[in-house]
Design a binder for this molecule. Sequence first.
Ligand code: G6P
Length: 371
Amino acid sequence: AAAQKGGYDSFMAKEIHEQASAVADTLRGRLDDGSLQLDEMDIDPSVLRSVDKIVVVACGTAANAGEVAKYAIEHWCRIPTEVELAHEFRYRDPVVTEKTLVVAISQSGETMDTLMAVRHAREQGAKVIAICNTRGSTIPRESDAALYLHVGPEIAVASTKAYLGQITACYLLGLFLAQTRGNLYPDEISALMEDLERIPEHIQQVLDASGQVEKLAQDMKDVSSVLFLGRHVGYPTAMEGALKLKEIAYIHAEGFAAGELKHGPIALVEEGQPVFVIVPSPNGRHSLHSKVVSNIQEVRARGARTLVIAEEGDDAVLPYADEVIRVPATRTLFAALLTVIPLQIFSCELATAKGLDVDQPRNLAKSVTVE
Ligand code: G6P
C-alpha cells in the first residue's frame, strides 16, 4: 500500500498532489482548430439550443462543484441555472420540462440519491447530461449523454482531484453551450480556453508552496471549530473547505457566504476563532474584492484569527490578515480551481497530525449506493 501511495502518507495526499495533471487530463483533446469539441458527449446541438433552464443535481463535494458551475454557466450562457442536492430535488415535485437540461455530477456514477434524481428528471421529459469519472457506471448509462473527467481512479473517500475535474468539466460544458448557442464569440471562447489551459501550471505552483499550509495545520491540530468565508465562487469553495475538515478531521466547520456574515454567523466569532477567507481577484469586479476585504476586517475586529487566501500581489488584505496564503492570478471564475487547494491540504495535514485514518474516515463511504 505504501508504494501505491507514491511516497505520500495517504491516498488523499497523493491525489491532492496529482491535481495539476488531473485538470490537464480533463482538458486534453477538447479543442480542435480553435473550436471546442466534446465528442464523447453525444447530444443533438438542437437540444442544447432549446434549453431554457439548467438544474444541476449532485451530493456532497459534487454539489459544491455544481455551485461553481452555476456562476460560470449563467455568466457565459445566460441560461437560468439552479443547483440542488439530488435527494431534495427528487422529493419536492420540481418543475422540469422537455426544455430543462439536468446536469448530474457524480464522481462514482453510483450515488443512489443522484441516480434517483436522474430517473425522475427523465420521466418528466428532461434531457440529462452526466458529469462523471467512472466509465460504465450507472448514472452515465442512464443519462442521455455523458462528459467524463478522465482524472483516473480516486481512492480516498474525501474527494479532491475529482472535485477539480468536475469543476473543469463544468467549465467545458458551459463554454460548449455558449459556443453552440452563440452566446460568446469564437475568440472569446479561445481566450477563455487559453486561460483555462494555464491552470495546471498555476495548480502546480500552489502545490509547490504547500509547506506553509502544512505547518499551519500542524500548529492548529487542537482547534475545535473553523469558519470559512467567501463570495461568488469563493462561497462554494468555503463550503468545500468546511466539508473537507468535517469529513476527515472531525472538526466542527462551517462555510458561509461572506455577505451573510452580518445576518447571523458573525455572532459566532470570538477571540482566537480561526476564519479562512477566500478573496476574489482584485482584477475582477472591484466591488467584489473590496467587499471581501471589509469582511476580513469585520471578523478581525471581533478577535478572529484570519487565514486569508488571496491572489499574488493583492496587498489590500495585508493589514487584516494573520496569515496570507498566495495563489497565482487568474480569472475570477477560474480561481475556484486554485483557492480550494490550500483548504484540501489543510484538512489532510491536520487529520494526519491528529493520527486519523485520512483515507477511510469514520461513518463515511466513497460511494453511497442507498437512498
Ligand atoms: C459520498 C462521499 C463524498 C462524495 C459524495 C458524492 O458522500 O463520501 O465524498 O462527494 O458521496 O459522490 P459522487 O460519487 O456521486 O460524486
